[in-house]
Design a protein around this ligand. Structure first.
Ligand SMILES: C[S@@+](CC[C@H](N)C(=O)[O-])C[C@H]1O[C@@H](n2cnc3c(N)ncnc32)[C@H](O)[C@@H]1O
Length: 234
């Protein structure tokens, strides 16, 4: 089943919602300067590193992920980036920006914010996205999916409280729009269609689950969303 999951997910441009517009918004809000040292924590296949490079070409970019094939791919496709396999909770040195798209939930948002606090320059900031409930009464199908995929997913007041509880102040925050979701689900949907013919039982199960996830967003995507927060130690 794990092999089937990676068959579906390997080679995709990105592994969470995101786009150039929202990333540029965060860079400007964080006042990330031209030669900034920037870490993409949980960089996945590196889509945001490419977007960061396009928007801050002189920045020193680093990518960090636990999954070695993602890092191999970044080294091959983006040799300007320093990419390494590692845990986002274990950093070295100080960054002007720690960027993290849909990845802090891995170790936990509170743990990630705590670990990053001592690895920022004096004007440094963190910009990270996390999936949150947008309504207290989500559709049962949405509740069932996210309870399985992200148990304990928070609502907005809970999210703000954990950011402030970790000793940060919020410079600005916003929901990601449909374009950011399409950047993830569009290629994933094409991948599902391409792999469908001749899929074995394991692969078919992963394809069904993936298709159901995409359809859930198309039907009940207003019930949840990725919230991008730009924060700085208080
Ligand atoms: C949902 S994916 C998002 C990837 C990427 N940010 C993107 O938008 O395409 C989450 C990524 O976080 C990585 N990850 C999870 N926990 C991690 C940790 N403790 N340290 C480093 N990477 C981690 C996973 O390997 C995965 O690549």
């Amino acid at each position: 089943m794990k092999d089937a999951f990676f068959t579906v997910h390997s080679g995709l441009p990105r592994e969470a919602p995101g786009d150039a517009e929202s990333l540029g918004w965060a860079l400007d809000l964080a006042r990330t300067h031209a030669r900034a040292r920037v870490l993409d924590a949980g960089c996945g296949p590196g889509a945001d590193l490419a977007l960061l490079r396009a928007q801050r070409p002189a920045a020193r970019l680093e990518g960090l992920d636990l999954h070695a094939p993602f890092i191999d791919r970044i080294r091959a496709e983006q040799p300007e980036v320093e990419a390494r396999v590692g845990d986002m909770l274990v950093l070295d040195g100080a960054y002007d920006l720690i960027w993290s798209a849909g990845a802090a939930y891995g170790p936990g948002v509170t743990a990630a914010l705590a670990a990053w606090r001592d690895h920022l320059t004096p004007q440094g900031a963190v910009a990270f996205s996390d999936c949150l409930w947008r309504t207290p009464r989500p559709a049962p199908a949405a509740r069932a999916f996210w309870d399985r995929d992200y148990p304990g997913m928070m609502d907005l007041p809970g999210h703000i409280a954990r950011i402030e509880g970790a000793g940060y102040r919020i410079l600005g925050a916003r929901w990601l729009g449909a374009a950011a979701w399409e950047a993830y689900y569009g290629p994933l949907s094409d991948r599902v269609a391409a792999l469908r013919p001749g899929a074995d039982a394991d692969l078919a199960q992963v394809l069904d689950a993936t298709q159901a996830e995409i359809e859930l967003w198309r039907t009940h995507g207003g019930d949840y969303g990725y919230y991008l927060s730009v924060v700085r130690p208080a």
